[in-house]
Ligand binder design. Sequence first.
Ligand SMILES: CC[C@H](C(=O)O)C(=O)SCCNC(=O)CCNC(=O)[C@H](O)C(C)(C)COP(=O)(O)OP(=O)(O)OC[C@H]1O[C@@H](n2cnc3c(N)ncnc32)[C@H](O)[C@@H]1OP(=O)(O)O
Ligand SMILES: [Co+2]
Length: 149
Amino acid sequence: MKKIEHIGIAVKDLQAANELYAKLLQTESYKTEKVKSEGVETSFFKTGESKIELLAATSEDSAVAKFIAKRGEGIHHIAFEVDDIKAEMKRLKAEGFELISKRPKKGADNKLVAFLHPKSANGVLVELCEEIKDGEEYIPIGDEVWEDL
Ligand SMILES: CC[C@H](C(=O)O)C(=O)SCCNC(=O)CCNC(=O)[C@H](O)C(C)(C)COP(=O)(O)OP(=O)(O)OC[C@H]1O[C@@H](n2cnc3c(N)ncnc32)[C@H](O)[C@@H]1OP(=O)(O)O
Ligand SMILES: [Co+2]
């Protein structure tokens, strides 16, 4: 794991949370981005080497909507930057961590992402993220490529 890439915070009202975190961090959000596959709208703030990722649900059945319904607003996940997400997924699987999905997905902020189940990490939802290199296009690869994960 290279560094903490971001801390994800689940919020009910993205606009209000944006204003609050801009005051708190004395910096404006540098991007907002919807991730349809995750049913979220995200807003990012740079905090030194890491970021804050605010997450608001855009669909009732999204993970963030379920989280807020059950636990209210708050810290949702911690994301670590990795150089090679496939290798890291294989390593962690071999170490006994539960991968929520078998292969990475296209996340926000130009990343490939994968998640470990909270029960594998003392109740913390862990996200792995790898920067999609310039010029590379992430084409969802068939399961056969990830079979060995
Ligand atoms: C990808 C875009 C963006 C990015 O950075 O690029 C994002 O970060 S998107 C973030 C939103 N997407 C996800 O979180 C995807 C991964 N999450 C999931 O697949 C689910 O949320 C999952 C599997 C963690 C839980 O879903 P489930 O349907 O099982 O919900 P339950 O409420 O039944 O939860 C089971 C169990 O886990 C506990 N839980 C749920 N969410 C969290 C959490 N964020 N942190 C810690 N623990 C969590 C929940 O309380 C249940 O525990 P229990 O003791 O059984 O009550
Ligand atoms: Co995230």
